[in-house]
Write a protein that binds this ligand. Structure first.
Ligand SMILES: *Cc1c(COP(=O)(O)O)cnc(C)c1O
Length: 420
């Protein structure tokens, strides 16, 4: 199943063939990477428009280039939709992606060398929350909290103690491998006690928040940072949101502090995605993402899998494969051969190395976009179970069997944007 790309095929058949191959891969496989999704055909179209051709440094009504009659309207529309959907006073839709959005937050609220606090990467945080190998950990003094080993949950007494001792300028909550609801009021109370700016990085769960399937960080967080391409199901991009009091600082940090011209074709596609996310059908989608993840977690627990924190509240499941005696990377690569796309991931207190960790991370945003429901989750768990077992035995025939079963179910559930 590939889409027609007549101009591309004529001008560059080599690249067109690669795009077609990727379309086929995305159509045939069961994509379980929790940060990925399928955008709609409308979002795809918007992101491939002539808005691409325009330079627009500055903000609507305050640009450094002429000819912004249309672009200003596009950006104003995206901003208005973001404000309405998330219930915020201010939105900046220009950050190129989640990492630059977070960098802009540092630029707005801290000086190099200042102390910042976030969740440690191996505990489920993000690189840009002050982790050592990131610019944010090199240029700022990152102090890091984690989860408790016995529960897999954040210990707020520990976070408070660390915050009051270290006095960070910025506290980040949110992360990349957190299967449980983020307690924004608890973080807000700690940030208030130590005088820090609280940033809710909701990159993974923005779509769940928009759809009412996860509590909102409004009004608890001072700044909300999010990507637009994960559960929110928009183009690759990001947004920063806040109350009016922080609007100027954030805007100045994004441009001219960090970036040049915004990617207007992306801004347009963000506007489309925000429109889609404001529809009743998206609320149903968000609820279904969570229901599917719960059902999948139950089915995996029934098969003896060890899930960090014992399950999930959101779209994401973090599995510790130690009891199965299969390393995460071996399992992830075998599942990929079986048509099931996951990523290997550290688990909290992982005794193994980050490039060869104990776990795999899975999620339900993509399969839910294809219309799979809770009734399909037993089959998904069964494939994962058989795939991990086959990985341990290097049983390629078993993986091939799974791959054909997966392809059959996927062909009955065409992906948005790929339906042709
Ligand atoms: C994905 C993610 C980011 C970074 O987004 P990119 O677009 O990959 O730069 C930042 N923070 C969190 C919590 C994320 O999950």
């Amino acid at each position: 199943m590939t889409l027609p790309h007549p101009a591309l095929s004529a001008a560059d058949p080599e690249l067109a063939a690669l795009v077609g191959a990727e379309e086929q891969l995305q159509a045939e496989t069961l994509r379980l990477i929790p940060s990925e999704n399928y955008v709609s055909a409308a979002v795809l179209e918007a992101s491939g428009t002539v808005l691409q051709n325009k330079y627009s440094e500055g903000y609507a009504g305050r640009r450094y280039y002429e000819g912004q009659q249309v672009i200003d309207q596009v950006e104003r529309l995206a901003v208005a939709r973001a404000k309405a959907l998330f219930g915020v006073e201010h939105a900046n839709v220009q950050p190129y992606s989640g990492s630059p959005a977070n960098l802009a937050v540092y630029l707005a609220f801290a000086e190099p060398g200042d102390t910042v606090m976030g969740m440690a990467l191996p505990m489920g945080g993000h690189l840009t929350h002050g982790w050592g190998v990131s610019a944010t950990g090199k240029w700022f003094r990152g102090v890091q909290y984690g989860v408790r080993q016995d529960t897999g949950l954040i210990d707020f007494d520990e976070v408070r103690e660390l915050a009051l001792k270290e006095r960070p300028k910025i506290i980040f909550c949110g992360g990349t491998a957190l299967p449980r609801t983020i307690d924004f009021p608890a973080f807000a109370e700690i940030a208030r006690e130590c005088g820090a700016v609280l940033v809710a990085d909701v990159a993974h769960i923005a779509g769940l928040i928009a759809g009412g399937a996860h509590p909102s960080p409004v009004p608890h967080a001072d700044v909300i940072s999010t990507t637009t391409h994960k559960t929110l199901r928009g183009p690759r991009g990001a947004m920063l949101m806040s109350r009016e009091e922080h609007a100027k600082a954030l805007d100045k940090a994004v441009f001219p502090g960090l970036q040049g011209g915004p990617h207007n074709q992306t801004t347009a596609a963000i506007a489309v995605a925000l429109h889609e996310a404001s529809q009743p059908s998206f609320r149903a989608y968000a609820q279904s993402v969570v229901a599917n993840a719960r059902a999948l977690a139950e089915a995996l627990l029934d098969r003896g899998f060890d899930l960090v924190s014992g399950g999930t509240d959101n779209h994401l499941i973090l599995m510790d494969l130690t009891p199965k005696e299969v390393p995460g990377k071996v399992a992830a690569k075998a599942l990929d051969r079986a048509g099931i796309v996951v990523n290997y991931n550290t688990v909290p207190y992982d005794p193994r190395k980050p490039f060869d960790p104990s776990g795999i991370r899975i999620g339900t945003p993509s399969l839910t976009s294809r219309g799979l429901g809770t009734e399909h989750m037993a089959a998904v768990a069964d494939w994962i179970d058989r795939g991990v077992t086959a990985a341990g035995k290097e049983d390629e025939a078993a993986l091939a069997t799974i791959r054909s079963e997966v392809a059959e179910l996927m062909s009955a559930h065409p992906a948005p944007g790929l339906a042709g």
